[in-house]
Design a protein. Structure first.
Ligand SMILES: Nc1ncnc2c1ncn2[C@@H]1O[C@H](COP(=O)(O)OP(=O)(O)O)[C@@H](O)[C@H]1O
Ligand SMILES: [Mg+2]
Length: 272
């Protein structure tokens, strides 16, 4: 547990995902805290409930499903599960923002990158078109897009996978959120680009004083990145602790299995 008062405090969270065909208890009563400016990892195999948990924090349902939530989500002293839908719309993207795995599907293919960021800044922050463009270019520079003033007029397909992920990160931080959720942000990228994107996230977290929730199926990704880690298995948190402690002496068999799946090279990268 972090010493400072957490900005996010989750207690006994449950999430039932309902589709036309079935009902799944995707999250089965999990509790965790995230401190201001803290990086917390969520690790577990595919289907264990990581993305449903992340979306639950913003009260969003997975694609093509509806969701029923139980328990308590306290974000900066506000009870997320009892806020109005209008308050939630203001909060999403503004105070809690999210970067997803697949940068292509999250961007509009027929709009320039600059126009997409401008729109968000105009809508959420009420900036003029002109002020928004200046800010968009600044944000693109901040996430490491070379020649941002020119690249703002390009379309998503003109960017590489890594550069598109940088664009999504620019969008996510555009309204200065207090919590950034990165859901498998590097899974689609090659190893070198992965490391660059992770370093970028960590740098932005520190520079902007955000909290970071980093979700991955791969322990190698959170090594050296997060302060604490929660290991998820079948909708539950089965192990939680300081990342170095969990790496050095995992308590749960499942955690051990996940750690064994990490190539030695990555483990040597602890503290990267
Ligand atoms: N869009 C969806 N439609 C139906 N079921 C879903 C959907 N998304 C998630 N689920 C169910 O919720 C469980 C948890 O999913 P998820 O949180 O996406 O896992 P992951 O840990 O891979 O992110 C899945 O095993 C699945 O049964
Ligand atoms: Mg997922």
């Amino acid at each position: 547990m972090s010493a400072a008062k957490p900005i996010l405090s989750v207690r006994d969270l449950t999430a039932r995902v309902e589709t036309r065909r079935e009902t799944i208890q995707a999250v089965r009563g999990i509790s965790f805290d995230i401190g201001a400016n803290e990086a917390v990892g969520f690790v577990g195999e595919s289907g264990c409930g990581k993305s449903v948990t992340a979306k639950a924090l913003m009260r969003l349902a997975p694609e093509g499903a509806s969701i029923s939530l139980g328990g308590r989500i306290d974000f900066q002293g506000q009870d997320i599960l009892s806020l109005s839908e209008k308050t939630m719309r203001d909060l999403r993207g503004r105070r809690i923002a999210m970067v997803f795995q697949d940068p292509m599907t999250s961007l509009n293919p027929v709009m320039t990158i600059g126009a997409q960021i401008d729109d968000i800044l105009c809508r959420h922050l009420g900036l003029s078109r002109r002020a928004a463009r200046a800010r968009s270019v600044e944000l693109l520079g901040l996430v490491g897009i070379p020649d941002p003033a020119r690249r703002a007029d390009d379309y998503p397909h003109q960017f590489s996978g890594g550069m598109r992920q940088r664009v999504l990160i620019a969008i996510a931080i555009s309204c200065d959120p207090d919590l950034l959720i990165a859901d498998e942000p590097t899974t689609a990228l090659d190893v070198t680009v992965q490391a660059q994107i992770l370093r970028l996230l960590l740098r932005l977290k520190d520079e902007r004083g955000m909290a970071l929730m980093l979700i991955t199926h791969d322990f190698g990704v959170v090594a050296g990145m997060v302060d604490r880690v929660n290991v998820m298995y079948r909708g539950e948190i089965v192990e939680a602790g300081a990342i170095d402690d969990v790496f050095a002496s995992p308590r749960h068999d499942y955690t051990r299995a996940l750690l064994d799946a990490v190539p030695r090279l990555d483990r040597a990268g602890l503290g990267r």
